[in-house]
Design a protein around this ligand. Structure first.
Ligand SMILES: *Cc1c(COP(=O)(O)O)cnc(C)c1O
Length: 368
């Protein structure tokens, strides 16, 4: 157990391992596993966190932007890294840092080849993204034809993988559509690969896809994101929370009816001897302001205490009446009580956004 008495995000490495084992159990021994560490590792950190993943046998990493990949390289991580949404102007930076681009269209393919030639690269690994129905990024049939036409004389690059992304792999009502995406991926990837004299890897599944479509569509690699961080589309009880946002109580005071708490006098005190605890965490740390005025409650010494008044930038207040709380006591704002699911429900969003909203200024502390 970690004894830190300051605001921090505690990352449980044993729980990360537990979740990793769960997702691996769906995959064949030979199937590679890529972990998504975009958006600061879904809030879990970038350099040190990537090292933990490397130590736990993850084969590949992926980020959204080149800067995230550079941060991982600066931490000394040697794993291959795919950059999913890097722009053309970043290709030289990516090559200098051995970051592997995802190329979604003939224009990107051509431009990357030019940069690779200019930088005297040979067989530089790239990844071709196919659009099988998500309609965000990816090559469709015509684009693939033009990429094929550009293939001769591409000694500067090598297609390390061909991949696509599922739009609704966690939702049963879209399973027919998901199966269409799988079939489309088979045919589009085959179309491209039939023009190569080597065999790139293929990958399609995200977290929910691994849980629900691994037997039919795991191909050579799977891409694990939100699942690693505790979200299951099949049975949430099989996974463990991995991030615990904690903050200390700075002061406890007694406030009487008629008085108010915080900005705009939004927190109206109605009961005699109401006990107010002020925490060292606010909306700038990731406590969404829509959690103000009792919308959420946090865990204090085994009890749940509701927010009172508006969440401030660096602090927020809880009604801790009846709970034995003193300055220095730690409060769990997010973790197993409340969970990312509970806060996502209150805020009308998805667990992804809860995790990615924890601010950079909150130190990440890894417990082993
Ligand atoms: C973010 C992302 C994933 C991971 O999705 P999860 O739902 O978090 O598992 C997989 N593949 C691509 C291309 C992504 O952008």
């Amino acid at each position: 157990m970690n004894k830190n008495k300051y605001t921090h995000l505690e990352i449980s490495v044993p729980n990360i391992r537990h979740n990793l084992r769960y997702f691996r159990s769906f995959l064949r021994e030979t199937t590679k596993l890529l972990v998504l560490v975009k958006a600061y590792g879904y809030g879990h950190g970038i350099g040190e966190f990537s090292r933990i993943l490397e130590d736990n046998g993850v084969d590949y990493l992926a980020v959204a932007f080149p800067g995230e990949g550079v941060a991982i390289r600066e931490a000394g991580i040697k794993l291959p890294i795919i950059v999913l949404s890097g722009g053309m102007e970043h290709y030289p930076l990516m090559i200098r840092n051995r970051l592997e681009p995802s190329l979604p269209c003939p224009e990107a393919f051509e431009r990357f080849m030019q940069e690779a030639v200019a930088m005297k690269q040979k067989d530089y690994p790239i990844h071709i993204k196919l659009d099988t129905g998500m309609h965000r990024l990816g090559a469709e049939e015509e684009d693939i034809q033009s990429i094929i036409e550009k293939l001769p004389g591409t000694g500067s690059i090598r297609i390390a993988s061909v991949f696509s992304h599922l739009a609704a792999s966690g939702e049963e009502k879209h399973d027919d559509f998901t199966r269409k995406q799988i079939a489309r991926f088979e045919s589009l990837s085959h179309m491209l690969m039939s023009h190569l004299d080597y065999k790139p890897m293929r990958h399609l599944l995200n977290s929910a896809g691994i849980e629900r479509f691994a037997p039919e569509a795991q191909f050579d690699m799977a891409r694990l994101g939100i699942g690693l961080y505790g979200m299951s589309y099949v049975d949430k009880n099989r996974l463990k929370p991995t991030a615990y946002l904690k903050a200390p109580v700075l002061q406890v005071k007694t406030v009487q009816p008629g008085e108010t708490v915080g900005y705009s006098r939004a927190g109206k005190v109605t009961a005699p001897d109401t006990r107010i605890a002020t925490l060292a965490i606010g909306y700038a740390d990731g406590v969404n302001r829509h959690l103000s005025n009792g919308k959420a409650s946090f865990s204090v010494k085994g009890h749940r205490a509701p927010t009172i008044g508006n969440v401030c930038m660096d602090m927020c207040m809880l009604d801790v009446t009846g709970i034995d709380v003193k300055p220095g006591d730690m409060v769990t704002v997010l973790g197993d009580d409340p969970t990312i699911f509970e806060l996502a429900d209150i805020l009308g969003t998805i667990p992804y956004e809860i995790l990615t909203s924890v601010a950079y200024r909150v130190p990440r502390i890894y417990t082993f």
